[in-house]
Design a protein around this ligand. Structure first.
Ligand SMILES: *[C@@H]1O[C@H](CO)[C@@H](O)[C@H](O)[C@H]1NC(C)=O
Ligand SMILES: *[C@@H]1O[C@H](CO)[C@@H](O)[C@H](O)[C@H]1NC(C)=O
Length: 189
């Protein structure tokens, strides 16, 4: 099965918003083109991630995620999913799969705990919560080593083209954007 890796744990959230639970084979394959993290304040949050090719059809990501702020209800996350047929920067349009800003702590108790951590497994030292998230979220540099994800959880049918997922974290001292760009190609059976 075609395996690909999208991004930091933040970006995986994006793709869960595409989840439709179908069991059929996808009609597409994804090629990750880039992953970038930008921060307005690297001493508060900093992200350094890169895409790595694991085999001909498998990709992963490696890098670090530095977290140095208190995780409270003021920390928000917004997800934007854009698509472009041509890949030209000016052609990207926001899709309805985008979601409005939500509290970061809500994600930890839902998607992060139930789907992200079981998928990432041992490629990262991000904290694991068996039960409800109990603060504090540690201030640390978290490591990712060739984290690979399979495409499960993504829609079976996607139009070909370029997709950009952006996770935007907003907190008091910092704004962070993690962006991943994928090229989606439809498969011939
Ligand atoms: C992850 O590491 C733990 C402890 O070293 C081990 O018990 C577990 O089987 C590992 N899980 C995977 C998926 O490799
Ligand atoms: C990440 O790796 C660095 C360097 O090996 C280490 O100091 C740090 O403790 C690791 N982070 C976690 C959360 O274990």
């Amino acid at each position: 099965m075609f395996t690909f890796c999208v991004s930091s744990h933040l970006l995986v959230w994006i793709f869960v918003n595409l989840y439709n639970g179908c069991a059929a084979k996808p009609n597409w394959e994804a090629i990750p083109l880039s992953i970038t993290g930008t921060t307005t304040n690297p001493s508060a949050i900093d992200i350094n991630l890169r895409i790595e090719r694991i085999s001909r059809s498998e990709f992963g990501f490696s890098g670090t995620f530095f977290w140095n702020i208190d995780m409270d209800d003021s920390v928000m996350v917004e997800m934007r999913i854009l698509s472009s047929y041509s890949g030209d920067e000016s052609d990207y349009k926001l899709t309805p799969m985008s979601i409005q800003p939500q509290k970061f702590t809500e994600y930890i108790n839902t998607f992060y705990k139930d789907m992200l951590m079981p998928n990432l497994g041992n490629c990262t030292d991000l904290p694991v919560y068996e039960n409800e998230f109990v603060p504090p979220w540690p201030k640390a540099t978290f490591n990712f080593t060739r984290c690979a994800l399979n495409g499960e959880g993504l829609p079976d049918i996607l139009a070909g083209g370029f997709y950009k997922g952006e996770a935007i974290i907003t907190a008091q001292p910092v704004e962070v954007t993690v962006a991943v760009v994928l090229r989606i190609r439809t498969k011939m059976f």
